[in-house]
Design a protein around this ligand. Structure first.
Ligand SMILES: *Cc1c(COP(=O)(O)O)cnc(C)c1O
Length: 368
């Protein structure tokens, strides 16, 4: 039996009628860009995450960009972020004209190492952008402490961690601004692109709302330059339906993760670690193979049509587009080591035990 890395069809099948009705409602209302369905979803997410404001935008990437723009970050500024993350984290910093400053990660959680942040702070540093990678929050207590001492903003990249918690605080609701993605593969995924900014700050919220709509403060009156970063009505409607199942999806991911840990625990691989006080949501279930056989395991699983992916094979400080920043191999050893050793295996809310057993058997077979 082929096992996909994730299976969106199985996620949507049980709620297909509700999704179709939601899409039909938007079609009939003709509120395609923002509109009532988006407003309802924004309020529901603000309640769900415990923030004062939630601003729907066109993608997780655009959420990061708008959040940075709202903090007036631009040329001459520096923003600290981890090197081991999805490209959008640093890409959005670069697009504001600011410089991404890469910091290494903790080898066990794959999140930014707070102990290495202070050495990266300069006169130009304006913000820290921690990433909650694979569904687990970065160490926000330590990061908040550093940000306070140096008067820096915190913009959370919580794209992979909707529903995660750090000491009971929801991902995205801890920093000055938090950014979520509703890309279909995320913990809460739409039927297309979408994202959101969370904040408790009234001024920042207002600015984000202007920025997502070309900086328009009144009809055809612009006090700042934004863009078209509006969330589609269809996505708002669909996400209202899926939000009702979000906790159940995460519970399922956590149950499957516990089952993997139980069934793979004796193998010579490193399983995902949960740091103290963290509620991990396992957007990915990521193994670390330390003996140089990561690619061989990936090939072994591929030959059996068992889904697996490498997130991420090249850390951002070594990406060709960032060559001008002057980093070289060896600068961020934990990020580089992780990129050579990690392998994410199938996990999705509707994965059956039989499917999971097949993945387990194939991984066990590789190690003999
Ligand atoms: C997915 C993701 C993004 C971007 O979200 P999109 O909705 O795809 O634009 C940003 N950062 C991280 C860490 C992500 O995983």
């Amino acid at each position: 039996m082929a096992i996909p890395p994730l299976d969106l069809k199985s996620e949507h099948a049980p709620i297909r009628d509700a999704l179709m009705a939601a899409l039909g409602g938007v079609m009939d209302s003709c509120a395609f860009c923002l509109g009532p369905a988006v407003e309802t979803f924004e309020q529901a997410m603000a309640d769900h995450c415990g923030t004062k404001h939630a601003i729907g935008v066109s993608s997780g990437t655009d959420a990061l960009l708008v959040a940075l723009m709202a903090k007036c970050i631009g040329p001459g500024d520096q923003v600290i972020c981890p090197a081991f993350t999805f490209f959008a984290t640093a890409g959005s910093i670069w697009r504001t004209g600011a410089r991404p400053v890469f910091v290494d990660i903790e080898p066990d959680t794959y999140n930014i190492d707070p102990q290495k942040i202070e050495a990266a702070i300069t006169e130009q540093t304006r913000a820290i952008m921690p990433v909650h990678l694979f569904g687990q929050c970065a160490d926000m207590n330590a990061i908040t402490d550093i940000a306070r001492r140096h008067n820096l903003a915190i913009i959370e990249d919580a794209a992979q961690a909707t529903g995660a918690k750090d000491h009971e605080r929801p991902a995205g609701a801890i920093g000055d601004l938090g950014c979520l993605s509703f890309y279909p593969t995320k913990n809460l995924g739409g039927l297309g692109e979408g994202g959101m900014i969370l904040t408790n700050d009234d001024d920042l919220a207002r600015t984000c709302r202007y920025l997502r709509n070309h900086g328009q403060v009144d009809t055809y009156r612009h006090t700042m330059i934004g863009g078209n970063f509006r969330l589609h009505g269809f996505q708002g409607a669909v996400l209202n339906v899926k939000l009702q199942h979000a906790d159940e999806y995460i519970a399922s991911r956590r149950r499957l993760a516990a089952r993997y840990i139980e069934k793979l625990g004796d193998l010579p691989i490193t399983l995902p670690a949960t740091a103290e006080g963290q509620f991990h949501t396992y957007n990915q279930f990521t193994l670390r193979i330390g003996d140089g056989r990561r690619d061989a395991l990936s090939e072994h699983l591929k030959a059996k049509s068992i889904g697996n992916r490498i997130y991420y094979p090249l850390p951002l400080h070594l990406q060709p587009c960032f060559e001008s920043l002057g980093y070289t191999e060896g600068d961020l050893p934990e990020s580089e080591r992780a990129s050579k050793q990690v392998l994410s295996i199938s996990i999705f809310p509707q994965m059956t035990d039989a499917q999971q057993d097949e993945v387990v058997a194939a991984v066990r077979e590789f190690f003999g």
